[in-house]
Design a protein around this ligand. Structure first.
Ligand code: UDP
Length: 316
């Protein structure tokens, strides 16, 4: 390895966003250490890097401390189940990776003198009473509801990150990621975009939960990782929202995916999951001003690319 080459360690590096970060950092000349225990990540997502000499896979559960001999310049903590269905299936793992996993990742960053980035979430705002959501808003979270395992773990993770910054002077960053989509999401992983696309491509019923009037704002994964890269290289320590402010109802999304896929699917309505947020839209003024970041990929472009990927990878 060339001496000038920097090393980035990515927990959850074989997950959806983590694997796109592996791609980006390798492309930009970094050595990448990908840490994953494959609860929700897959080897498929990183198979194209396995023979790269600047890439190493470390199969490890980050809720257990990790000790490495080599230097690490940046730690990106992205390990966590991230779909509501996944964190309902793995509630204790979700709490542990957000708490113990964050503590261990911060410990590693402190030991190595590395910059640390926490993948936090718009879920810290819960079912928001402020719209759009600014970073100043403290949120409306039910700690004992089914989503609480994810929301509270991430809120704890933010508090832990700020404590390491204040006490140990670790160079920390916190990103609050809003709904993101793109290639490498698992089909039917429970999140709305992979569910709707899989259902539409198979001409099976598209399942809208509730009456479909709830809103979300969807960001394409290449825009997200561009924002993350800028944040890692910034001097910011306060949380930053990264997401696409283009807000729409789930009814509109279902119709749009139906149209783009030319699907014959019927739309069916299912019960709304408990504590499902009514509306969500990021206020991205901070990212725009401090990172000079703006999402560039339109919903149409992003969905067309994602649909093409699912079409190629869908199992019968
Ligand atoms: N949703 C839906 N049908 C599905 C999956 C999800 O209507 O098959 C709804 C879900 O209830 C929520 C929205 O889509 O209102 C976004 O859900 P997702 O699981 O993608 O993430 P969330 O934003 O809730 O964390």
């Amino acid at each position: 390895m060339a001496k000038s080459m920097k090393t980035v360690l990515i927990t959850g590096g074989a997950g959806f966003i983590g694997s796109h970060l592996c791609d980006l950092f390798l492309k930009n000349g970094y050595r990448v250490l990908c840490v994953d225990n494959f609860i929700t990540g897959t080897k498929e997502n990183i198979r194209h890097h396995i023979s790269d000499k600047n890439f190493a896979l470390i199969e490890h559960n980050i809720t257990i401390p990790i000790y490495l001999k080599e230097d690490v310049d940046i730690v990106l903590h992205f390990a966590s189940p991230a779909s509501p269905v996944d964190y309902l299936n793995y509630p204790i793992q979700t709490l542990k990776v957000g708490s113990l996993g964050t503590h261990n990742s911060l410990g590693l960053a402190k030991a190595k003198g590395a910059t640390f980035l926490l993948a936090s979430t718009s879920e810290v705002y819960g079912d928001p009473l402020v719209h759009p959501q600014t970073e100043e808003y403290w949120g409306n979270v039910n700690p004992v509801g089914p989503r609480g395992v994810y929301d509270e773990a991430k809120r704890f993770a933010e508090a832990m990150t700020m404590a390491y910054h204040r006490v140990h002077k670790v160079d920390t960053k916190i990103v609050r990621i809003f709904n993101t989509y793109g290639p490498r999401m698992r089909m039917m992983d429970g999140r709305v975009v992979p569910n709707f696309i899989t259902q539409a491509l198979k001409n099976e019923p598209i399942t809208i939960y509730g009456d479909g009037s709830q809103t979300r704002s969807f960001c394409y994964v290449s825009d997200l990782v561009d924002g993350l890269y800028r944040l890692v290289n910034s001097g910011l320590h306060d949380p930053v929202n990264i997401g696409n402010p283009h807000e729409m109802s789930l009814n509109e999304l279902a119709e749009y995916i139906k149209k783009l896929t030319g699907s014959r699917s019927k739309i069916v309505f299912k019960p709304l999951p408990e504590d499902d947020p009514r509306q969500r839209q990021p206020d991205i003024a901070r990212a725009r001003e401090k990172l000079k970041w703006l999402p560039k990929v339109s919903l149409q472009e992003g969905l067309v690319a994602t649909i093409a990927w699912f079409n190629k990878n869908i199992s019968p």
